[in-house]
Design a protein around this ligand. Structure first.
Ligand SMILES: Cc1cc2nc3c(=O)[nH]c(=O)nc-3n(C[C@H](O)[C@H](O)[C@H](O)COP(=O)(O)OP(=O)(O)OC[C@H]3O[C@@H](n4cnc5c(N)ncnc54)[C@H](O)[C@@H]3O)c2cc1C
Length: 385
């Protein structure tokens, strides 16, 4: 029987980052995934570090993530394509009032944000539509290549002894005397006293295996990438309802549109078709960057994210038999993954983290009714717009 100091459930970028930091601290780690590593949300993300200006309880995790990103390629020994060129929020007239309210919220964090007018926005990005009336700019934050980042964490973890077991769904967890003793997959049992639950949309089901409760919903969203274009901008950008970045090779990589709430199960791959809605996202990019209007589109895809009731991440211990910890990312876990993994590794091994995560615990949902998804209209078949 395989034994591990810690088993990580889920080989997305958060599970792989957690495994890396655990192994760096000297733990013997096994990562299990029901499918292939980074095949779900982590390999389908757009690639931004969100600074979490709108949710200050997460902003310190974002600040730590940025600090780690700035030396991550050296830390791991592999390339992530991290591009630390800041971020621009561009507003069309219909977005300007909300943008000013957003700016007021952003100012509650330590990151320096500037409210700028349309002229300055176009000085930063001459290709920007003449209709843009202003925006928010920061030199902090950036973007990276999600697939290469997950691969970098996987390879760097393996270099430190992490065992990654693909096609190994976790089906049940064994306990004895009020503590976790292991977990079961179709291929056999793994003996371990600690489990880090990084199963994304399935994290609630993994917690239920020990009688724990983790409120999480699943949603499908869509993204697209253009053929490479000449260099236009290096920062990450948001505007007109889409997030856009230009990759190292010149592709415009963007996502936008509604979240479709879906149900997931424990072992199969969730369906994630693309729909004609993706054309709407492409039109929005063309309105924002008119000179990109005729860019050939290479491919589009869907992805499934986990979302928490208050849209903020969860990093905590799970109630029940001793030994389970959980990380939920609420749709913005890619950028935060270097810091989330470090925090989870510290929490799992020592019971606390050097990164401030106390406000990110499960206790904030203590009064949440169990039928919250229905009450929020987040049950399968509904969309948020
Ligand atoms: C289109 C799109 C754009 C996005 N853009 C951004 C962005 O720009 N910036 C950002 O920060 N975030 C972005 N995100 C969100 C980001 O991708 C996620 O927050 C992040 O990838 C979550 O990582 P994770 O490892 O927690 O989860 P996942 O990548 O979902 O990984 C969970 C893993 O758990 C596995 N699993 C589930 N059940 C079991 C089981 N029973 N046994 C074993 N394994 C199991 C799954 O197979 C999966 O591989 C985007 C997401 C999408 C879809």
């Amino acid at each position: 029987m395989e034994t591990a100091d810690v088993a990580v459930v889920g080989a997305g970028v958060v599970g792989l980052s957690t495994a890396y930091w655990l192994a760096k601290a000297g733990a013997k780690v096994v990562v299990l995934d029901k499918g292939k590593a980074a095949w779900e949300a982590s390999g389908r993300a757009s690639g931004y570090l969100s600074l979490r200006g709108e949710t200050p309880i997460e902003a310190r995790v974002a600040a730590e993530a940025e600090r780690i990103w700035n030396t991550l390629d050296d830390e791991l020994g592999y390339v992530t394509e991290w591009c630390p060129k800041g971020r621009l929020w561009a507003a069309f007239p219909y977005e300007w009032e909300d943008m000013q309210a957003t700016y007021a919220a952003f100012c509650k964090t330590d990151f320096p944000f500037r409210l700028i007018d349309g002229k300055e926005a176009r000085e930063l990005l001459p290709y920007l539509s003449e209709t843009v009336v202003g925006g928010i700019h920061t030199t902090h934050g950036g973007h990276a290549n999600p697939q290469r980042t997950a691969q970098a964490f996987a390879w760097a973890g393996r270099d430190r002894g992490v065992v990654i077991m693909e096609n190994s769904p976790v089906l049940s967890i064994t306990t004895s005397g009020g503590a976790i003793t292991g977990l079961k997959t179709p291929g056999g049992e793994i003996s371990t006293p600690r489990i880090v639950n990084c199963a994304g949309p399935q994290a609630g089901m993994i917690a239920e295996m020990i009688g724990g409760y983790v409120p999480v919903a699943a949603a499908r969203l869509e993204a697209m990438v253009s053929a490479p274009l000449p260099p236009m901008f290096t920062f990450a950008m948001i505007g007109n309802g889409v997030s856009v970045r230009q990759t190292h090779r010149g592709n415009l990589h963007f996502n936008g549109g509604p979240h479709e709430w879906i149900d997931v199960d424990l072992t199969s791959e969730p369906e994630k078709p693309t729909t004609p809605i993706i054309r709407n996202a492409a039109r929005r990019v063309a309105e924002l960057l008119p000179s990109a209007a005729n860019a050939p589109l290479l491919r589009c895809w869907g992805g499934v994210i986990d979302l928490t009731p208050d849209h903020s991440i969860v990093l905590d211990k799970v109630d029940g038999p001793e030994g389970m910890f959980v990380a939920l990312t609420s749709g913005h876990g890619f950028g935060l993954s270097p810091a989330i993994g470090k925090a989870m590794a510290e929490l799992t091994l020592t019971g606390e983290s050097s990164i401030p995560i106390k406000e990110l615990g499960l206790s904030r949902f203590a009064k949440l009714p169990r039928d919250w998804r229905k009450q929020f209209r987040w049950d399968a078949g509904n969309c948020n717009t």
